[in-house]
Design a protein. Sequence first.
Length: 178
Amino acid sequence: MIQRIPSIAKLAAAAAVAAVLSACAHTDRATPIAEATINPTEGNNISGYFRVYEVNRDTVRVMAQVKGLQPGSEHGFHVHENGNCSSPDAMSAGGHYNPTGHQHGKSGPESHVGDLPSLMADAAGTAFLVWETKDLSIGTGKPSDIKGRAVVVHKDKDDYTTQPTGNSGARLGCGVIQ
């Protein structure tokens, strides 16, 4: 029986592919340090998740998916001050989480802690978000700690200018970050 021995180039390529797949699998299978199930508010039909993973001591990765949005639409997406989604319109979640008193704007050190990147729905009405930041934390007790707060999907796009909410409109869905 003749046994074929793969070339070094083929072995190196296979090792590179395995490393990439392993890194992707690690991200997809890692245990989130916090998560929320996004449920629809009254009269809406969206669903989704919001998950936070620790990348390193100072950085977290936010991964979110929301289904049931209007295809091709943009939506404001924010962390709100109260971990309460019990009212039919999610107004029980309060306003944007803003413990540092910054102006509303695009996410970053000079904006609200609760300012997240907008959600962009694809042709099927599903929005995906993968975002790494040093502006949020989980379970630290710092002002950037969002555990126990709510994440809210808004009806309209965020203009990143109007204070204090970005003129994002009604709340389509809400989930408590646990």
